[in-house]
Ligand binder design. Structure first.
Ligand code: IPE
Ligand code: IPE
Ligand code: MG
Length: 241
């Protein structure tokens, strides 16, 4: 039972799950143990979204820039992602959750890619809550791909240049059904976007918290939701409350 009533429910909350390496290092552990712990947090966040009626959540799991990390760390990350699906997908499914992926899976190793496709496929008819896992994802990459796809459609005569608006452009992003982000939360004290969801974040409320992602649990999430309640969103107009 929700312990407080949300006056304003964000439809879409996006997380930059940062600080895993520092979390592990502070405990004398190798960085990858932070990623392992990070994946264990996802179910609790999913549950909290269900509890508060949040329909969409996005998770920055691996960026187009994260390929610059040591291969060993990348391998561990993919291991833990596979483990997440093996461990938590049956539960997510049982609650009517849907998995979608944003990012080019072509460069992701075969086993992880297969796991991702199976997760998407086996949950495609679910609708209580959509978890959007951003994997090999970059905000600029997403916009450039969208631009190319639009030009291809123009060349093939499917659309006219003047059909493109800031709304129809969204049809060319990963998973067009995802609404704009209402609330973006970044853990670990870094105050930047690091190339995350640039198009859909245009009018998001941004919340930066000091806690590292492996320590981000239901109470910390609720604090962020409370912060969201306090924000006056104007979208360029005037406040109407
Ligand atoms: C975020 O944690 C996870 C990924 C980028 C994959 P980090 O691995 O960036 O952890 P810090 O920021 O170095 O502590
Ligand atoms: C952003 O975190 C990417 C993910 C959380 C997957 P990074 O740790 O890669 O970002 P920077 O390098 O601090 O900007
Ligand atoms: Mg980081």
């Amino acid at each position: 039972m929700a312990e407080f009533q949300l006056r304003k429910i964000p439809a879409h909350v996006a997380f930059i799950m940062d600080g895993n390496g520092r979390w592990a290092k502070a405990r004398g552990l190798a960085r990858h143990f932070g990623h392992k712990e990070a994946c264990l947090r996802l179910r609790e966040i999913f549950d909290t979204c269900l509890e508060y009626g949040i329909s969409y959540s996005s998770y920055y799991a691996f960026s187009t820039e994260n390929w610059d990390r040591p291969q060993e760390e990348i391998d561990h990350l993919m291991d833990y992602l596979e483990e997440f699906f093996e461990r938590d997908l049956p539960y997510i499914k049982s609650k009517g959750g849907r998995i979608v992926i944003s990012g080019d899976l072509g460069r992701i190793r075969e086993k992880t890619r297969k796991t991702c496709f199976e997760a998407m496929d086996s949950t495609k008819d679910n609708s209580t809550h959509t978890m959007n896992i951003c994997l090999n994802y970059g905000g600029r990459d997403e916009i450039v791909r969208a631009a190319k796809a639009f030009v291809r459609d123009v060349e093939e005569g499917k659309v006219a240049i003047d059909d493109l608006t800031d709304e129809t452009f969204k049809n060319y992003l990963w998973n067009p059904a995802l609404p704009d982000v209402d609330l973006m939360i970044r853990t670990s004290g870094e105050v930047r976007l690091s190339n995350f969801m640039l198009y859909r974040l245009a009018y998001a409320e941004l919340v930066f918290v000091e806690v590292k992602w492996p320590d981000f649990r239901r109470p910390q999430f609720i604090e962020c939701l409370k912060e969201f309640q306090k924000r006056g969103r104007r979208f360029g107009g005037l406040e109407n409350e």
